[in-house]
Design a protein around this ligand. Structure first.
Ligand SMILES: [Zn+2]
Ligand SMILES: [Zn+2]
Ligand SMILES: [Zn+2]
Length: 548
């Protein structure tokens, strides 16, 4: 076989066959098509490469302006054997009674491999990449890796009251710059005693940051109370019944990420935070550039932060695989020299994220109600440009190579937009106040002398959940049904960000496990309309029955 020199083009995430490629995306000569078809017989993935060797036959033509030369282009073979990956995931999660299978044309699904009773736990699915919404950070202090509440009941309440007192809350709109300044100050404030000047500084920053918080109806507590809640001076009655792990600072020194444990801090550092940390031990190329990227994301769409995490996750995995590979090479130099090129390592690193792919963000995002149908094209151009701006900022901050194109960035953002990825963790503050409320009359009266004014100061939204977006690799394989047999449901003991799937009725071996992506009590028309965002028309038994 004749050796050829190749350069990589970019990643095509669609599961395209060579024939489809020929029809839609690339001009491929018939001889190339034959080669590709031959390759697909023997491997799960194949590559579209641009050949630099002029004489070679294997040329994917230049007429692909949407793929800049520097990108890596990987074409996933149709129905690629991804199932080994899922088997491994299920094994890691100690979950032997379900399987991920491809049963029909609608893609993969999760199937029971044993019987489940009503109410039984089907799966706990740890987060692959996830984040707390920026605005939610004012309400909840959680571990940046597992999303458990941390600190103490007093600290959770004190922070919330502090933000209310300076006029920021989850509902208050802030621009990115203010947000960064505030969040930095507040984390400082939350963990150590507050300095007077930090108060002043924050006040200045917030002057133009209007708050629509419900706090206007609340009865504020004196500043000293807020301070002593945050610095541990005031201990609330019975709060020891609700112990929280103490907050551990980021090893990179950023004062933005906090953890419930050393192991969470280390795991996050290894997986992505080392590249996204703005602290002095950050592994990013430029902390200044990184701050600009974060500011842009906080001011526009915080989903960019999650996309950046997914990219850093892939880069970190790639570097680790490469390190392992080089070690292996030293031990026995000739082994695996062929299948462990940089590219196959990158492919391997990219695998977990690639399974979540649905479509490009700017193509698939639902048109907002206030955008006229005739302006759709320009709306999509605009958000594409927004993503481009974000990517340029991110590139300046972390990339040493041009590994990721706008196309890929768009696909990653799209994946978070289109999957059913809500991250919710209930607040222990709610449990705390319910506990006080349930105390015997005398004890309750005594406790309420202290807790009542605090509850009044917090107001109606006294216990906001931790809310965010996350990618759960196995939950995302579960298909939708309007009469599902399972649902994502957190039990009392489920106190972190993992997805918990519970059987809603008995499920027999071999049956598909389904969840509802929407409110299944809506009417047929409303349900179909809600599902448009997910890009399919539901044909579950309920829909078939109710179909007009
Ligand atoms: Zn944690
Ligand atoms: Zn950090
Ligand atoms: Zn349906």
């Amino acid at each position: 076989m004749k050796p050829v020199t190749c350069r990589l083009l970019g990643v095509v995430l669609e599961e395209s066959s060579p024939e489809e490629l020929q029809a839609h995306q690339a001009t491929v000569r018939s001889s190339v098509l034959e080669v590709l078809l031959e390759i697909t017989k023997f491997c799960d993935l194949y590559l579209m490469e641009r050949v630099l060797d002029e004489e070679s036959e294997l040329i994917a033509q230049d007429a692909q302006p949407k793929f800049p030369n520097s990108l890596l282009q990987l074409v996933f073979k149709k129905k690629m054997a991804s199932f080994e990956y899922f088997d491994q995931l299920l094994f890691d999660r100690n979950c032997s009674s379900i399987k991920v299978k491809q049963e029909n044309d609608f893609g993969k699904g999760v199937y029971a491999d044993g019987d489940f009773e009503e109410g039984e736990l089907i799966l706990k699915d740890p987060i692959l990449v996830g984040m707390q919404h920026s605005s939610n950070k004012f309400d909840c202090l959680v571990c940046s890796f597992c999303f458990r509440f941390i600190g103490s009941i007093e600290l959770q309440i004190g922070r919330k009251l502090y933000f209310q007192s300076i006029g920021v809350s989850a509902n208050g709109g802030c621009d990115g710059e203010t947000f960064s300044a505030v969040s930095k100050d507040c984390y400082d404030a939350g963990l150590s005693h507050m300095e007077e000047d930090s108060h002043l500084r924050t006040h200045e920053n917030l002057e133009n940051c209007a708050s629509s918080s419900s706090s206007k109806d609340n009865i504020p507590v004196p500043k000293e109370v807020v301070d002593s809640l945050m610095n541990g001076g005031l201990v609330l009655p019975y709060s020891t019944e609700f112990p929280l792990p103490s907050a551990i600072s980021c090893p990179g020194g950023c004062k933005e990420a906090f953890y419930c444990s050393k192991s969470c801090a280390e795991a996050d550092w290894k997986l992505s935070h080392s590249l996204l940390c703005t602290g002095e031990r950050s592994k990013s190329l430029s902390r200044e550039a990184l701050s600009k990227f974060i500011q842009h994301a906080n001011g526009t769409n915080d989903i960019f932060l999650l996309a950046a995490k997914a990219i850093c996750f892939t880069i970190s995995r790639y570097r680790k695989l490469k390190e392992d590979y080089l070690k292996e090479q030293e031990k026995c130099p000739s082994a695996n020299a062929l299948d462990c090129s940089d590219l196959s390592l990158l492919l391997e690193a990219w695998k977990p994220i690639s399974f979540g792919h649905k479509g490009r963000w700017w193509d698939c995002i639902a048109l907002p109600d206030d955008v006229d149908l005739s302006d759709e094209a320009s709306f999509r151009m605009e958000i594409r440009e927004l993503a481009n701006m974000s990517l340029q900022l991110l590139k300046a901050a972390i990339f040493d190579k041009e590994l990721f194109s706008l196309e890929i960035y768009g696909h990653i953002i799209g994946m978070f937009e289109l999957n059913n990825l809500d991250l919710v963790v209930a607040s222990p503050v709610e449990d705390y106040f319910l506990y006080i409320d349930d105390l015997p009359e005398l004890k309750k009266k005594e406790a309420e002398i202290i807790t009542r004014p605090i509850l009044d100061a917090l107001g109606d939204d006294y216990s906001v959940c931790c809310e965010g977006t996350a990618f759960f690799p196995l939950q995302s394989c579960m298909n939708h049904s309007c009469c599902p047999n399972a649902k994502a449901f957190k039990r009392e003991k489920d106190i972190d960000g993992q997805a918990t799937i519970i059987a809603l009725r008995p499920i027999g071996k071999g049956e598909e496990v389904t969840i509802s992506y929407i409110d299944e009590d809506l009417t047929y028309e409303e349900r179909q309309a809600s599902l448009v965002d997910y890009g399919f028309e539901c044909k579950c038994s309920k829909c078939l029955e109710e179909q007009p």
